[in-house]
Design a protein around this ligand. Sequence first.
Ligand code: VG1
Ligand code: CO
Length: 547
Amino acid sequence: MTAHHPALQIETRPIDGQRPGTSGLRKTVTQFRQPGYLENFIQSIFDAMPGITGQTLVLGGDGRTFNREAIQVILRMAAANGVGRVLLGQHGILSTPAASAVIRKHQAFGGIILSASHNPGGEDGDFGVKFNIANGGPAPEKVTEAIFSKTRQITRYNILAEGGVDLHRLGAQALGDMTIDVIDSVDDYAQLMRRLFDFPAIRNLFSSGFRMRFDAMHAVTGPYAKAILEGMLGAAEGTVMNAIPLPDFGGGHPDPNLVHAHELVAALSGADAPDFGAASDGDGDRNMIIGQNFYVTPSDSLAVLVANARLAPGYAHGLAGVARSMPTSQAADRVALALGLTCYETPTGWKFFGNLMDAGLVSLCGEESFGTGSDHVREKDGLWAVLLWLNILAERRQSVEQILREHWRTYGRNYYSRHDYEGLPSEAADGVMEHLRARLPDLTGCHFGRFTVERADDFAYVDPVDDSVSSGQGIRIIFTDGSRIVFRLSGTGTVGATLRLYIEQFEPDPTRHDLDTQIVLADLIGLAEQLGEVKQRTGRAAPTVIT
Ligand code: VG1
Ligand code: CO
């Protein structure tokens, strides 16, 4: 430490509730601004990861309110805790997939990503901290539990008394004994994309009159999408809408679904609509895909990508295997079966895919929650999915709708929907789950109308690589015809509890592939509400969000 930057040990005491959820620690900005709140959690990461001394750490965030203040604090703490070097995204910006790419490329020890992902931002919104390990992926449960246990015991944190860093000037700076390299937020990521996809073919597609809209939702993907789609691939200027990242996402909810990306949905409807539309979330790891007047469910998108990945140079040699989270529809399983690939079923959250990819068992994976990705990084990757779609469209020269209809004719259609009940009192949400858990032993063999329960359980996962067990990952009710109802509670919310109902029904008959999803699923939805006593226990007549 230099004389100008004495390291202090500040006394503190444990703060309740710092257990990371599905994807990092997510709380309101107000909570994160409480004295010691951020500091305690960051110190607990360093305490749980003693090997970080002298190592390289990657740091950046999605630009939401509190991003830059938090970065200055984390840098002073990293220096005081003996971190050797920090690779910092310029302006404090790194999308989640870009952070993963930077960790891997520069063989960093790990990374801290500041984001609450698709949760709203601004002064009244949410903030979050994720810790990623050396493979570039979210810390596995044993690491997040170790961090949590440090938050329970903490008595002091280390921080330099002073010292600010210029987040905007590219290049090296010193802070105490630590070096900070401010790097371009987009470069490493864009180079990786260029290696995976046929950029000349996509350029040709755009120059042949193909039109697209990408809604960055005033979140982190704006600069990435501008540089890659409009810059490298020649898409028309203005293709990327809401391209400037704003601390409050322009007051919007940066969640790429039909409800929150309504501006994009409107742009893609009508006779003169562009050919292709996509959106990404707060931190750039989610994606929504739509065609002209045509919505692609994330589960179907995953299945289409698995079926067509070979059309992109990065996947031309074929896939090792695929994986999906348990609640995600089984559409990808059908493709995997046809291609002779193993399809793994993991609990919700990207952290469970890392081991499978590190072991070379899986190349592509996805979740129903607008997440798709591959082993090019260890996070889901919104823009990657959009580029793979573009590469496929450039090769097949069909519309999104034609590709989906052909896909369903080949593999059958998995009608699928998720119903969310947000902001419930925890007791009510827990009550639904406990009630269902109690019923599990008696459900097998029960008949409900035309449905017979083949199996009902509380999903537990044994990681095939390290044998670690994760239990209590959601209630599954599986019927003899392959239909499913799944219940689980969200692990990313910050207010009350969110109950998620996932409903799926398989339809092989092509004459029945053009029906309304909610109508097709109506019987199963009714059954799910009845089995979970959802209305009685939550007092809600209908879900908050349907996707
Ligand atoms: C949700 C999604 C899950 C996703 C997680 C993080 O979790 O359901 O599939 O991995 O968000 O996504 P939960 O526990 O609320 O259902 V993101 O874009 O916040 O990093
Ligand atoms: Co996200």
